[in-house]
Design a binder for this molecule. Structure first.
Ligand SMILES: [Zn+2]
Length: 122
């Protein structure tokens, strides 16, 4: 057997550079939830969720929180008022999604992208 022992996975494959098929099957799916202005990195760490239900709730929370932030402000511009309504509609829409719309659930409101991506853990 070639390679260093610590690179050999339980299936006898050298997993240093690649992940063997069996190992890949064992990696869990993780839903990443976050938001960012397109072209810019997110200012927050994406939230990791194990299920679509959790990820959906998290995304809806972000949308509603941002809508509430706008609602709390004085003297909303017409744009901000539109964004507030769009955030609210998007939250209601996403709440009705029983299944994750693979490979990504993305909604854009007020120039900000809100998303859930499905990725493999690790
Ligand atoms: Zn393996």
């Amino acid at each position: 057997m070639k390679g260093e022992p610590w690179n050999i996975c339980p299936h006898g494959v050298d997993c240093f550079m690649t992940v063997c098929e069996e190992c890949d099957k064992e990696r869990k799916d993780v839903y990443l939830v976050g938001f960012n202005v397109p072209g810019y990195l997110p200012t927050m760490e994406p939230v990791e969720c194990e299920t679509w239900e959790d990820a959906r709730a998290c995304l809806v929370d972000y949308l509603r929180a941002h809508a509430n932030d706008l609602a709390d402000g004085d003297d909303l511009t017409a744009n901000e008022a539109d964004t507030m309504v769009a955030l609210d509609y998007a939250a209601n829409d996403i709440e009705t999604l029983q299944k994750f719309p693979e490979p990504s659930c993305v909604v854009t409101c007020g120039g900000v992208e809100y998303w859930v991506h499905l990725e493999k853990e690790g």
